[in-house]
Write a protein that binds this ligand. Structure first.
Ligand SMILES: Nc1ncnc2c1ncn2[C@@H]1O[C@H](COP(=O)(O)OP(=O)(O)O)[C@@H](O)[C@H]1O
Ligand SMILES: [Mg+2]
Length: 400
């Protein structure tokens, strides 16, 4: 589970490292930074960015002007009273008075020692758990909607299609006819090849033909795989890459999520406008990086970009491909750079290119192999989770 329990609202990356050190193993993987740089003027819009993630604690500061921090705390208190707010700034009697008036739960000095940091956050988490029980009780209800799981990587060739095809197939094997895969690599999509499908229709036909709205019609554009997986393949002409707008792509994916419990989206490398648009609607991101310094650094930058765009609502699952490569880097180094626990590590194996050439992903053709077991474990992460997250919209970017 990588939904953050603690959100740190600050432009100060160094302080995030400081908190992680203070938490040590204790809160591993549960902290996420909410980069407020440049957008601190508008707390209401900031709240909107939270979408439906529900951290237990929001810590504000340091390096956030106190009036802006208090305003954000007030807004949180009004709109999201189940969240405990911790203000990170130098305490003083006057500040305390203002903080209490704004619904702040605790004030922590930026230079507090580890033990104090821990006890402030422990208390804030405990209070949040109680509030949640009282406020939300069992009354939470969500419209049934499938998970949208988008596979991302800053680079091409890192294994996105391999992961997307295997993940979708593993989900379909576990829950027949409940999983779909969409090829959003608009220019060089190869999902059809990876699954040995000969699609009669593609994403572009589906977007235009069904106007994104008619779900039954949309289904008629899908191609069936023998394992009860449904695929919306890409066009086989790179020239068609721009033939569909971001809104159309997103609408198709969202409609599919009304029909399928799991919609896996394969993307091209990097953050294209189309990819960003689908990320907005996603409940989960599978982040794929290879085991080398440039890949891991690029992934960190990609995550920073998502944070800056306010795209923080989706659960993030980190997958390292070819994780056994002997390159003087280990998973701990990767975790330190990316700032997140590695959820799945895939070994390098010739079974992957072999299976790709045969159009039969390893979870099906070599289910007992170590690599297939890891990919099945990835699928398991979604099978066990109820589809409870709803998407948030990005602020200040207009989808085309
Ligand atoms: N774990 C792995 N071991 C060996 N080869 C791999 C592995 N993962 C991917 N590959 C190979 O790397 C190439 C790129 O993989 P692909 O999934 O198409 O990447 P992307 O979609 O990110 O461009 C393919 O030839 C694939 O067979
Ligand atoms: Mg690909």
């Amino acid at each position: 589970m990588t939904e953050p329990r603690i959100l740190l609202a600050t432009p100060h990356a160094g302080y995030e490292q400081r908190l992680r050190r203070a938490f040590a193993q204790h809160l591993d993987g549960q902290l996420r930074r909410w980069d407020m740089a440049g957008i601190a003027a508008d707390p209401a819009a900031l709240l909107h960015q939270l979408g439906d993630i529900s951290p237990a604690v929001v810590a504000i500061g340091p390096d956030v002007a106190v009036p802006a921090a208090l305003e954000l705390a007030r807004q949180l208190d009004l709109e999201r009273p189940e969240i405990s707010v911790v203000l990170i700034t130098a305490p003083s009697p006057e500040l305390w008075e203002q903080a209490v008036g704004s619904g702040v739960r605790d004030v922590l000095a930026p230079d507090a020692v580890d033990a104090e940091v821990q006890s402030v956050f422990d208390r804030a988490l405990e209070v949040a758990a109680r509030r949640r029980q009282h406020l939300l009780g069992d009354t939470e209800e969500h419209a049934p909607r499938g998970r949208i799981i988008t596979v991302l990587s800053p680079k091409g060739g890192s294994g996105k299609t391999t992961v997307a095809a295997n993940l979708a197939l593993a989900l379909a094997l576990a829950e027949p006819n409940r999983a779909a895969i969409v090829d959003l690599d608009l220019q060089f999509g190869d999902v059809a090849a990876a699954l040995r499908l000969a699609p009669a229709h593609n994403l572009i036909n589906a977007a235009h033909g069904s106007n994104g709205g008619d779900r039954m019609l949309l289904k008629s554009y899908l191609t069936a795989h023998v394992s009860n997986l449904w695929a919306l393949c890409g066009s086989d002409s790179p020239a068609d890459g721009e033939a569909i707008t971001c809104d159309e792509a997103r609408a198709v994916v969202e409609s599919l999520a009304e029909e399928f419990a799991y919609v896996v989206v394969d993307t091209s490398g990097g953050l294209s406008e189309h990819t960003l648009s689908v990320i907005e609607a996603s409940t989960d991101l599978v982040l794929v990086a290879a085991m080398d310094v440039p890949s891991v650094r690029s992934l960190r930058k990609e995550l920073d970009a998502l944070d800056q765009l306010g795209l923080i609502h989706a659960r993030r699952h980190l997958l390292i491909n070819r994780a056994d490569s002997k390159v003087g880097l280990d998973l701990r180094d990767v975790e330190a750079t990316v700032g997140q626990v590695v959820d799945v590590a895939l070994p390098s194996t010739r079974l992957i290119p072999l299976s790709l050439n045969q159009g039969s992903p390893v979870v099906e053709s070599e289910p007992r192999s170590p690599v297939a077991r890891q990919l099945t474990a990835l699928a398991q992460r979604f099978l066990e989770q109820p589809a409870e997250l709803q998407p948030a919209r990005r602020r200040s970017r207009r989808a085309r």
